[in-house]
Design a protein around this ligand. Sequence first.
Ligand code: ADP
Ligand code: MG
Length: 210
Amino acid sequence: MIAYEDILTWIRTFAETVAAERTYLTELDSAIGDADHGINMDRGMHAVVGKLDGIATPDIGSCLKTAGSTLVSTVGGASGPLYGMFFMGMGGTAVGKETLTLQEFATAFAAGIGGVERIGKAQPGDKTMLEALLPARDALQAAAEQAVAVGPALQLAATAAEAGMLETVPLVARKGRASYLGERSAGHQDPGATSSFYLVRSAATAWSGL
Ligand code: ADP
Ligand code: MG
């Protein structure tokens, strides 16, 4: 079982990771974008953590939705609405829930990706955050079907996300700012896929005992 407190720990761990990797994420974005991905994500996640401290009721859905709307309203770059829709999409499946099974978490995670796909309209292989999120989604679903425990399941998902992140290096970007570079976007790791790997790894770290 994943409890409300575990969701908070996940989000806080992600915020800490983004803060620690802020310069690296911005460096990745300077190669194929406008050098602000670390700054964007750190500003957004800092605001999210501040908001979560004020929530009184242990409702996972409303907590995730608050995280999403905070990202939309505090991040100017593409990643604000994209991560915003991810958390809002996740939250929509978990309204009124104080705990989630691994299957419920996998379903919520997939719904979050659905939100990213709806507003971003990216396809697999377009060199976006989906490159890390889609393999993680599939690994989570497979783990849930095989009744793997939560901690090991998230470890499998993080490994899948990391492989997807690394696979962005040779890809030519077809969405977002990096797509303006055309062929010259190849040879660089996608910043959004990197932060998305951190998102999944943060759950694996936070939930290693579950
Ligand atoms: P901006 O590009 O506006 O400066 P960021 O630098 O914060 O925003 O985020 C860039 C990341 O957003 C990219 O590395 C990519 O992973 C992701 N991204 C951009 N466009 C899309 C899209 N249409 N769908 C999914 N992810 C996208
Ligand atoms: Mg940018």
